[in-house]
Design a protein around this ligand. Structure first.
Ligand code: FAD
Length: 475
């Protein structure tokens, strides 16, 4: 790795309006932290840009000094790919502004904003964009991979609501990507991850949501997994688009509504949200109570912004984490049998299994309309997460995740998956996730915008080979 000398860093400081930290500077350690406590990486220099021009300077600096580049939005990548040893680490956390235009129902969000930043600003106008379910996740990484959560059935993925983006590409140019401007780039960043440049701002379409929405949480002990999943299969078959049901294999939380003797007990949870008429949600809640009385429940109207923060604490920074994902078409008896067999095998109380339902608005978007790593037919994304506060439990549950995933593989929709649910990115799985045709298209766009694969710490798309004179973006 080339050594950086202080005069180089001083020159960089002069070109950047934001902050620049060397390893000896106060602030360096804070600026290189990431969500997954499994990693402790030391970049050569950290740049905290405040403008797209700062990002451009950081990229140019890295390339001139032959240094790797790592990019951080919300720092949630479970593989820790946002911070790389010896790299020029571009930490976007200061670029977290959100401006909302209630008239056009659009918002513009900085590339380092968190979901919570966006939810807070948009909810002031009773609006929201589809997001994930943990407020401290980055808008950046989540959107570039797809972005799924409570509103996916009603309004699609985050990328389905992306109108345009400002992107700083490997050549340092600041570009606008939209259906009209650089449409290939716009297609690729909607699912292709951080492969194509640093997104310094996103423009989203918003929808009226809340501010009060309906929420229900039901918890059963492990012995009832099979019955609960069979009931869920029936429920999702006729679910109104305003409702969502998420399956969570988790331990009962240490919350006041859980009797002390059940707190920490492993089991199965259904989380039921309602964005339409209260009666519609109440009807579903009654059905669940009637057909499968839960051990514990909590049903309440709730501000949408609060729903979006409900799982923040349970997913606190610093825990050790590993994840894998897979798509399954339905809750077949075989899938249910695998879950019933595997779920009891986890050892850490923080480890979890989630089934996110994808249909409705998600399935109204064409397979090829975006670069998303998954087909648009109705399905579930299964997230398998090892999360622990010590290395022994982490290793045990990493094996649990791998074993669980292997058991689901013959029942899943191929070995590809949602790229945002993965810790590791072997090339065959990245290819399988996009499928050959999409991967080849992404590789051609990569060759145009990042021929030297400068942005490679991600679910990497290798640039398609090209004759030297064609190796530049045509714009
Ligand atoms: P980072 O680690 O900062 O970035 C992840 C990747 O994206 C890196 O390769 C990084 O370089 C790149 N990147 C980030 N921002 C930019 C940018 N502005 N420009 C260019 N490249 C960028 N996913 C869902 O869909 N729904 C969920 O509900 C959900 N919940 C989650 C909850 C937790 C606790 C965790 C850990 C993950 C969750 N995820 C969810 C997965 C999440 O979408 C991915 O981990 C995503 O990569 C996180 O983005 P980030 O910006 O926080 O992460």
């Amino acid at each position: 790795m080339p050594q950086l000398i202080s005069v180089d860093v001083e020159n960089l400081r002069k070109n950047v309006a934001g902050s620049v930290f060397s390893p000896e500077d106060p602030g360096y350690d804070d600026a290189r932290r990431m969500w997954n406590g499994q990693y402790d990486r030391r970049p050569a220099v950290v740049v905290q840009p405040v403008t797209a021009a700062d990002v451009s300077s950081a990229i140019t600096f890295a390339r001139e000094h032959d240094l790797e580049i790592s990019v951080r939005g919300g720092a949630h990548s479970t593989g820790g790919l946002c911070v790389i040893d010896g790299s020029v680490h571009i930490n976007l956390s200061l670029m977290n502004s959100v401006t909302v235009d209630p008239r056009t129902r659009r918002c513009r969000v900085g590339g380092g904003a968190l979901l919570g930043d966006r939810d807070t600003a948009t909810q002031e106008h009773g609006l929201a964009a589809p997001a994930g379910i943990v407020g401290h996740t980055g808008v950046g990484g989540l959107t570039l991979g797809g972005g799924m959560g409570w509103l996916t059935r009603k309004h699609g993925l985050s990328i389905d609501n992306l109108i345009s983006a400002e992107v700083v590409t490997a050549d340092g140019r600041i570009r606008t990507a939209s259906p009209e401007k650089e449409p290939d780039l716009f297609w690729a960043i909607r699912g292709g991850g951080g492969n194509f440049g640093v997104v310094t701002s996103f423009e989203f379409q918003l929808h009226p949501v809340g501010p009060i929405v309906q929420f229900g949480l039901f918890f059963w002990p492990l012995e009832q997994v099979t019955d609960v999943l069979r009931l869920t299969r029936e429920v999702v078959a006729t679910l109104a688009p305003e409702l969502n049901v998420m399956i969570a294999g988790v331990n009962a939380p240490p919350a006041p509504f859980v009797p002390a003797e059940h707190q920490g007990r492993p089991g199965i949870m259904l989380l039921v949200t309602g964005f339409g008429p209260e009666a519609e949600h109440a009807e579903l809640v009654d059905r669940i109570r009637r057909e499968r009385p839960p051990l514990v429940e909590m049903v309440t109207p709730i501000p949408y912004a609060q729903l979006q923060q409900m799982f923040d604490e349970a997913n606190a920074w610093g825990l050790l984490a590993y994840d894998k994902a897979i798509y399954v078409k339905e809750l077949s008896d075989d899938v249910i049998a695998v879950v019933a067999d595997q779920l009891p095998r986890k050892s850490s109380p923080h480890s979890a299994m989630f089934f996110f339902r994808l249909d409705g608005a998600y399935s109204e978007v064409g397979d090829d309309a975006t670069a998303f790593s998954g087909g648009r037919t109705p399905r579930f994304t299964v997230f398998l997460l090892a999360v622990a506060d010590n290395h022994e439990a982490y290793r045990a549950d990493r094996d649990w995740v791998r074993g669980f995933w292997d058991a689901l593989l013959p029942l899943g929709m191929g070995k590809g998956s949602y790229v945002n649910g993965e810790t590791e990115f072997p090339e065959d799985r990245v290819r399988a996730s996009y499928g050959e045709a999409k991967y080849e298209r992404l590789a051609r766009i990569k060759a145009a915008y990042d021929p030297d694969n400068v942005f490679r710490h991600n679910g990497n798309i290798k640039p398609a080979p090209q004759p030297p004179r064609q190796r530049s973006a045509t714009g």
